[in-house]
Write a protein that binds this ligand. Structure first.
Ligand SMILES: Nc1nc2c(ncn2[C@@H]2O[C@H](COP(=O)(O)OP(=O)(O)OP(=O)(O)O)[C@@H](O)[C@H]2O)c(=O)[nH]1
Ligand SMILES: [Mg+2]
Length: 195
């Protein structure tokens, strides 16, 4: 991994069942597994390629106490759950207490694929994204918003991942013979200090 790549701890917050694990899994594997929070680990690294170089979000799913000091957060609520909407304010407060970067938090209303939506949902100073982890709708937007906010560049954009370098051309016969010769020489030349 690029050692100079900026890394940001990002807390994924929200009530139980709002889709935090599904959201992380979708970013990691590109897949949605209905009914299932599969492998829950403490943190996962998500790398995004931007026009200013790659950047890494270390995402932490959290139900309670924050184990790290996050630089940013995504608060999820479920658009079909009134309670999860109301609790967004509390999750934002929890983040504000745990972090010095109080501005870098974005709210997402998940499950917009479902019919029984609770009202229009709350509005927030930084706006809000309607997303669906299930339908893969708007899932990159919260990270783009955070990236712009953290870097301080409203024009920052995601770019396709650079292609890996092309494979080296195969060695020709002359180069192979030279390498074989060098190997034979290396085997018969005594090592320094040996008798
Ligand atoms: N319809 C629909 N269901 C979703 C969506 N995202 C997640 N779910 C479902 O919601 C349920 C809860 O998802 P999880 O990812 O486990 O939610 P969580 O926030 O990690 O839950 P906890 O770890 O218990 O706090 C699962 O059955 C998911 O399949 C979505 O966009 N649409
Ligand atoms: Mg979970």
């Amino acid at each position: 991994m690029n050692r100079n790549m900026p890394r940001f701890n990002c807390a994924i917050l929200g009530d139980r069942g709002t889709g935090k694990t599904s959201f992380i899994n979708r970013h990691l594997s590109g897949e949605f597994s209905d009914g299932g929070a599969a492998a829950e680990r403490e943190s996962h690294e998500l790398v995004f390629h931007t026009n200013r170089g790659p950047m890494c979000f270390v995402v932490w799913e959290t139900h309670g106490e924050l184990k790290v000091k996050p630089e940013c957060a995504i608060v999820l609520f479920d658009v079909t759950s009134k309670t999860s909407c109301k609790n967004v304010v509390e999750w934002k407060t929890a983040f504000a207490k745990a972090s010095r970067f109080q501005g870098a938090v974005i709210v997402c209303g998940n499950k917009v694929d479902l019919q029984h939506r609770y009202g229009q949902g709350p509005q927030f100073r930084n706006g809000r994204y309607d997303i669906s982890v299930k339908k893969d709708y708007n899932l990159g937007k919260p990270f783009l918003w955070l990236a712009r906010s953290l870097v301080g560049d409203p024009q920052l954009r995601f770019v396709p991942q650079p292609a890996p370098p092309p494979p080296q051309p195969p060695l020709d016969d002359a180069a192979k013979r030279e390498m074989d010769f060098n190997l034979i020489v290396a085997e018969i030349v005594p090592l320094p200090g040996s008798v």
